[in-house]
Design a protein around this ligand. Structure first.
Ligand SMILES: Cc1cc2nc3c(=O)[nH]c(=O)nc-3n(C[C@H](O)[C@H](O)[C@H](O)COP(=O)(O)OP(=O)(O)OC[C@H]3O[C@@H](n4cnc5c(N)ncnc54)[C@H](O)[C@@H]3O)c2cc1C
Length: 394
């Protein structure tokens, strides 16, 4: 069934992704689902996403990006996720990690880093979460202390997409300010800094990174844990103003949440389409299960929620394009779409019966595993509710 589009440019993206999926995603999707260590990160596919212009789709053209709208970028993510959520995540992480450089970096930083990110040559990571700072993201323990012309960084990060393979970290930490400390005031506020994590492919002195094992889903995109032990970074790598890192992180997450909403939407749409297809073919008690009202109601509820999810997602993306504040709408879209994707994949599993539960028979088992994290990363559902209620009750 044709999808609702705000304008015709979206359909062009949908067609482009469908072609890409046929050539590059479908042949490797199953195999990549089992990859969970860094030497098996989907490097080739990642570079291909850069080559065709998907990684830089909405990035500034002067730095090699495609200059497309957020509506078009949102459509890209919806469609990539429809074809494979984990492969979609390869692309989405690049956007998440690059947004702070585009919006808060100086010209020199943009010129230096963006062109190679856009082509897929440089893999960036958004490095915020720590073992004790997830939802409570301001509770950063990682610190940087100025020593001559360098910041010296110590600390630990966890759950970082591509953190095990990335070349570049957009790292959030607290800068220790000895003068403020001496004056008896709190000396640390969150700041952001760019870390060139690798030289000639090897991690620089003091950085250790590992791939997190036994991840439930989204396996084509790896997730890492990172340690910093007296890592020296030139002070000019500070991103934006000192002490303004929390604002940079939150602004970035506002935008990224529209992308996560689009992930939920794409996955929910796929669960619905697979269910319609299967319900027409599977015969029980002499008739296709599509003839049973129990199945029909599931399909009706799924499709209605998918359409509502689409409206919320594209409303937020449109507001982003129009320069209207969209934190509330992004949180609503992320919350709703992630929960709709859960609802839809759960119903899809039920409609597919045993053939849904066993991965060799259908895609449903993979989608079921891929879906769950959409309700956790970039702010859990509880955090989205806090943002929404906090905005409305302010
Ligand atoms: C696969 C994966 C990829 C990720 N990628 C990245 C990445 O690239 N970069 C990055 O920086 N981070 C990343 N994360 C981290 C992710 O953003 C955090 O896991 C998430 O924000 C939740 O933090 P937490 O896991 O520490 O849970 P916690 O913050 O410990 O929360 C535990 C539970 O308590 C609830 N809770 C916490 N506070 C409140 C409250 N005030 N009110 C109500 N309920 C509350 C939460 O909603 C949750 O249900 C990733 C995580 C995963 C699993």
């Amino acid at each position: 069934m044709a999808r609702y589009n705000i304008d015709e440019r979206q359909q062009a993206i949908r067609d482009q992704v469908a072609e890409f999926a046929k050539e590059y995603i479908e042949p490797v999707s199953k195999d990549l689902d089992h990859r969970d260590n860094p030497d098996r990160f989907a490097f080739d596919l990642y570079r291909q996403l850069g080559k065709v212009g998907f990684i830089g789709l909405n990035m500034p053209p002067e730095f090699g990006g495609g200059g497309k709208t957020n509506i078009e970028y949102t459509t890209l993510i919806e469609e990539l996720c429809y074809h494979d959520p984990a492969i979609c995540l390869l692309n989405a992480v690049a956007e998440l990690a690059t947004y702070p450089i585009i919006h808060f970096g100086n010209d020199e930083q943009k010129k230096k880093y963006l062109p190679k990110i856009v082509t897929g040559e440089t893999i960036p990571a958004f490095v915020l979460t720590e073992p004790a700072a997830g939802s409570d993201a301001a509770n950063q323990i990682t610190t940087a202390k100025l020593d001559g012309d360098d910041y010296v960084i110590n600390g630990e990060k966890i759950f970082i997409m591509h953190g095990d393979v990335a070349d570049l970290f957009v790292l959030f930490l607290k800068i220790v300010d000895p003068e403020t400390e001496a004056a008896g005031k709190p000396s640390k506020k969150v700041s952001a800094i760019i870390v060139e994590a690798r030289k000639d492919g090897k991690l620089i002195d003091g950085i250790k990174a590992e791939t997190l094992q036994k991840k439930m889903g989204m396996r084509a995109a790896t997730t890492g844990r990172i340690w910093f032990d007296n890592v020296r970074v030139p002070k000019e790598n500070l991103l934006g103003q000192k002490g303004k890192g929390f604002k940079i992180a939150m602004n970035t997450l506002d935008s990224a949440r529209i992308g996560v909403a689009a992930q939920g939407l794409g996955l929910a749409q796929r669960a619905l389409d697979e269910s319609i297809d299967y319900a027409k073919k599977r015969v029980c008690f002499g008739s296709p299960i599509a003839k049973f009202q129990a199945t029909q109601w599931k399909i009706a509820d799924m499709s209605t929620q998918v359409e509502a999810a689409r409206m919320l997602t594209y409303k937020a993306a449109l507001m982003h394009d129009q320069g209207i504040r969209f934190s509330l709408e992004a949180a609503q879209a992320k919350l709703y779409c992630s929960e709709v994707s859960n609802f839809c994949i759960n119903h899809a599993m039920q409609i597919h019966g045993g053939y849904g539960y066993i991965g060799e028979f259908s895609l449903i088992e993979k989608l079921y595993r891929d879906q769950r994290v959409i309700e956790i990363y970039e702010g859990t559902s509880e955090v989205q509710r806090l943002v929404i209620a906090g905005t409305l009750l302010r």
